[in-house]
Design a protein around this ligand. Sequence first.
Ligand code: DSN
Length: 438
Amino acid sequence: MLDELLSENPDLKEAVDLALQHTMWRKRRCINLIASENVMSPLAMLLYLNDMMHRYAEGKPFKRYYQGLKYVDELEVKAQKIMGELLETEYVELRPISGTIANATVFRAFANPGDKAVVAPVQGGAHVSHTRYGTLGALGIEQIDMPFDIEEWNIDVDGARKVIEETKPKIVTLGFSLYLFPNPTKEIAEIAHSVDAKVVHDVAHVLGLITGKVWENPLKQGADIITSSTHKTFPGPQGGLIATVSKDDYKRIGKVVFPMFVSNHHLHRLAATAITGLEMKLWGEEYARQIVRNAKTLAEALAEAGLKVVAENRGYTESHQVVVDVREHGGGAKIAEILEEANIILNKNLLPWDKPEDIKNPSGLRIGVQEVTRWGMKEDEMKQIAEFIGMVVIDKKEPSSVREKVIDFRKNFIEVHYGFKIESSDEERLLKIMLHGE
Ligand code: DSN
């Protein structure tokens, strides 16, 4: 029946094929090492398909501008509570639909156009939304960078003190998208608070490491607010989150979320976020520990294979990421493209010594192991992945020959770990309700 429909309608066939091909390729035949992605468990995915995706809910739970939301209200409060328990605070906002919108909200709540923000150095891997090119600039807030210490692969605290004390910003941001070691939150927060600046720590990359208790929670280190997405090391649906320890800050943030940055907050993700949060309560610590073990093992194996892994003096990494300098092999763009031919998916990245104009072919590769860990891979598999990468980058093997080996290897990792398991009969039952309402 479907085949008939598709053969009669070439445009439909193309659209359906593209979505199916992508899914089969990325879910079954690739090693995904993009550091900002992950996969949901089948239960979270199925519940993500719920009817809330069609609805509006402007305002806060139980104080909405639309009717028909009695289940949405309760679910939103439940999801906030679960995330709050994981983050050890009662003040969680789940309405921002992405990490960037979470940042925009907080920047707008605590600074006006013309104010200053001292930000974690872009050179060290801060996200574009913290810059003049992104959200910060769009809001008319001036970006002033803290200096970066390449030896320590972290923020230079003495340099940051000088900049913060001289410029007296309204906001100080921390957090990186190229994130190997925790930022010195405590030290920076003390300096920022001495000039009455709010400390906003963007933990998008490490949220799952924080909820898994292998990475310090900035809210316990003096940060006033954390912003995040919910789909990187925290393996939930794509979405945003803000958390704070202050009731006043929470109220102020809430007034900016809606009506300024979010009208409809994509309600179907609330169920999936709640389910993923419960999974992280049960298995998140084991998951986070394995992620860090895997990242360290991969870094060491890549170095042994002859690649220049950064931060060797600091043990390469304490996060889900591994960063490799591939200048001598032709640069990040070239190597990332060749690896894609071998079905190894990762991204090129600017490294601290690159200039902005190097963006098209920067020095680095950014590698994240959080998704392969969720597919059940452990240290032995990290060594195997390093071998595949070495075959392409060092031994210059034909990527298509490595691709065959990658596809074969990937066949053994098709179940999501650290999540709820359900029977296929349950999947069918839930899918039927999601599609047809009963
Ligand atoms: N695009 C994400 C990343 O790759 O780090 C951040 O939003």
